[in-house]
Ligand binder design. Sequence first.
Ligand SMILES: [Cu+2]
Length: 396
Amino acid sequence: MNSVSVFPGAPHGASSDLRPSLTRTLRAAFLLTLVAHPIMATGNDPFEEPVASSDSMRELFRSLSRGFEVRGGPADDHGHHHGSTARPDSHAPIGVMGEHLHAEGEWMVSLRAMRMHMDGMRDGTNSLSSSDVLSRGFMVTPTEMDTDMLMAGAMWAPSDDVTLMAMVPYVQRSMDHVTMNGTEFTTESEGLGDVSLTALIRAWDHNNHHVHFNIGISAPTGSIDEEDVTPASGGNDVQLPYPMQLGSGTWDLLPGITYTGHAAHMSWGMQALMRLPLEDENSNDYRLGGRGEVSTWVARRLGEDFSTSARLRYSRWRDINGADPLLNPAMVPTADPDLSGGERIDLFWGVNYVDSSASSASSRFAFEVGMPVYQDLDGPQMEMDWVATLAWQKTF
Ligand SMILES: [Cu+2]
């Protein structure tokens, strides 16, 4: 299909008509790279013959990680770190959280910068143009959305069998829309998201195989009263639809289970996580639908300091229960609680770096990017286009 058929008659300029085909080309290139990278990696064994580019990359990252060393004392020697701590792939791809334990007394701090880009609308597995959505009677349809999240994390292990993990997200959202008469406008929201605390509890260890439980709780610290101006609001701030809010508004349970395994040059894992509301409704008379996801990944070491990873994630989330009385579901699909459930399969590619020559108090850098290969949405609902995470982690 060509790009013209994607937005037939949509009130957009020629430049935005190009976007779907560009997106498709980028996605095809990404998936091709993802499939090809393990093959290329085996073709030129990096353990025998490190390629020049990876040497200069290593130097760059090493000098970066030295820049992050704490002044006056890098590398306290605790002496009881796990043997695998300095492997780049001893941590999962960075989009996976709570997948490793720490040794007793060990601390880790981390900072993740994440962006999720959504582009266009979908009903079931079919993409919809803006005019398709408007022809169903909505006054407004979203066209694009970006969510940026800065996530500060801390991990601490009171014992070898239990690691505690706290996550503090700062969220920025921006959504572009077009109205029935062609007016384009953007709404924005920004602030603290839902803070969570999770206990990672060792369940089973056998040689290179490891299982732990994730038992977390998420506090309703993120606002569900975000407002902005729209063309219909006469210059006043009005309540924004559900996807623009910063938190769930309820206390949520975050149960999960994680399996990881490793061999000399490979590691792999699987994690199932859920988010289940613990209250019937929040202060705005609704609760988000329960959400579950399963990730499976495999990582391959490239020399001592780098690893690359491929990850497959299946997510499913249910419709919103109840309704915010300030929202009119006939205005825009994002204000309709019955148009919020769905399922999706995403494929990710990632890279981890750790300076293996440093002592145990080492900095890590990691990057992961993913794209959906399948989306089935209770629509019209916004389609996910890509998601990327860049992170720094430091163990004490
Ligand atoms: Cu950690």
